[in-house]
Design a protein around this ligand. Structure first.
Ligand code: UDP
Length: 316
C-alpha cells in the first residue's frame, strides 16, 4: 500500500514507519518537526515537512491509507494551553479528514489514547467503558474519535482508532527523545545516564499496593504490529476502536526498580506531590484487539521493554 504517516518523525510514528517499510509498503512521512526529528524519519521513506492539516495536495497523489500520529501529547500543557490541543489536535484532524474525503483516501488508522477514558470505574478497561477524560489532551483525542465515527459512516472511510496505554521501549534507531521529557521510563533512564539527579515519584499515597500509580506499559514494536493488523482489517464505512496494552500493570516503584536492575545504577527517587489529572490505575483490556485483529503483544516483560529503551537512551 502507499501510506501517508503523519508524525513519522516522532517516537511512535517513526517506529511505525520503519516497520511499514520493512513490510514492503511505500511510506510518505508528513511531519512539521515541532516535536519530531528529521533524522528519525526512516531511510526509504519520503519526507515532506509540513502540517498534517495541510495534507490535501499530498493526498491528491493517491494514497491507500493514512496513519495519523501527529499530535500534541503533553497532559500538563493541555491544561495550561487548551487552544493548542483543540486547534492543534482536533482542528488538524478535521482538516485531514476533509482532505481524505475530498481525495477518496480509503483507510485511516488513528493514534488515540487511554486518556479518553479518564478515571476508570473498572480495571482492566474495555472499549465499552465510559469516556470522561480528565484532561484536555484526552478530550481532544476523544473528539477526534467521535469525528472519525461520523466521517466513516457518512463517507465510507475504513477507520480504526487505537487507544494506546503507556508506550515504551524502542526499535533499532527509533526511540523516545522528547525535548521536554515527561514520561516515566525515559526520565528514570536519564537519571541512570547522569543527566538528572533523581526521579520524582508523583505521590506515594495512591490507593494501590505500594502507594504509587499503576500503568500498563506496551512495547512500541507490539504497537506497530497492531497498526499493520488494523490496516488489514479496516472495513469501509466502519470505525472500530481498540485498546492496546500488555494487560498487566506496574507501579511507579516497580518501574524504577526494574530500571535499577537493567541499568545497574542506583537511581535516587524522592516522593513529590501528585500530578494533576493522573488516574491511580490504568490497565487495558486488549481482548477486543486480540479477538478481532488477532493481535498478540509479544514483548510484555517489563525488563525487556526497559532494556530496549535503555539501549536506545545510551546511544542517543
Ligand atoms: N511519573 C512519576 N514521575 C515522573 C513521571 C511520571 O511519578 O517523573 C508517574 C506518573 O504520575 C504516572 C506514571 O509515572 O503515574 C506514568 O506517567 P507517564 O507520564 O510516563 O505516562 P502517563 O500515564 O501520564 O501517560
Amino acid at each position: 500500500m502507499k501510506l501517508l504517516v503523519t508524525g513519522g518523525a516522532g517516537y511512535v510514528g517513526s517506529v511505525n514507519a520503519a516497520r511499514l517499510l520493512e513490510a514492503g509498503h511505500e511510506v510518505v512521512v508528513l511531519d512539521d518537526l515541532s516535536t519530531g526529528h528529521a533524522d528519525a524519519v526512516p531511510h526509504g521513506a519520503r519526507f515532506v515537512e509540513g502540517d498534517a492539516g495541510d495534507a490535501g495536495s499530498l493526498l491528491a497523489e493517491g494514497f491507500d491509507g493514512v496513519l495519523h500520529f501527529a499530535a500534541k501529547s503533553l497532559v500538563g500543557e493541555s491544561m495550561e494551553n487548551p487552544a493548542k490541543y483543540w486547534h492543534g489536535n482536533v482542528g488538524t484532524a478535521l482538516n485531514l479528514l476533509d482532505a481524505m474525503r475530498d481525495n477518496g483516501t480509503p483507510r485511516l488508522v488513528f493514534s488515540s489514547t487511554a486518556a479518553t477514558y479518564g478515571e476508570p470505574e473498572e480495571v482492566p478497561i474495555k472499549e465499552s467503558a465510559p469516556t470522561w477524560p480528565t484532561n484536555t489532551y484526552g478530550a481532544s483525542k476523544l473528539a477526534i474519535d467521535l469525528a472519525i465515527t461520523s466521517y466513516a459512516a457518512a463517507h465510507g472511510l475504513a477507520a480504526v482508532s487505537l487507544r494506546y496505554f503507556n508506550v515504551a521501549g524502542a526499535y533499532m534507531n527509533y526511540g523516545e527523545r522528547h525535548t521536554v521529557e515527561t514520561h516515566l521510563i525515559p526520565i528514570v533512564l536519564q537519571v541512570a545516564l547522569g543527566q538528572r539527579e533523581q526521579v520524582q515519584m508523583y505521590g506515594d499515597d495512591w490507593p494501590t499496593e505500594d502507594g504509587t500509580c499503576i500503568r500498563d506499559y506496551v512495547h512500541v514494536v507490539d504497537l506497530a504490529d497492531a497498526h499493520q493488523l488494523a490496516l488489514q482489517h479496516a472495513e469501509p464505512g466502519t470505525h472500530r476502536i481498540y485498546n492496546l496494552g500488555s494487560g498487566s500493570g506496574f507501579s511507579v516503584k516497580q518501574v524504577i526498580d526494574t530500571c535499577r536492575q537493567v541499568t545497574g545504577h542506583a537511581i535516587p527517587a524522592t516522593v513529590a506531590p501528585r500530578r494533576a489529572g493522573d488516574p491511580a490505575v490504568l490497565v487495558a483490556s486488549s481482548e477486543r484487539a486480540q479477538e478481532e485483529l488477532g493481535w498478540k503483544p509479544q514483548r510484555t516483560d517489563l525488563a525487556s521493554i526497559v532494556s530496549d529503551a535503555w539501549e536506545f537512551a545510551r546511544k542517543h
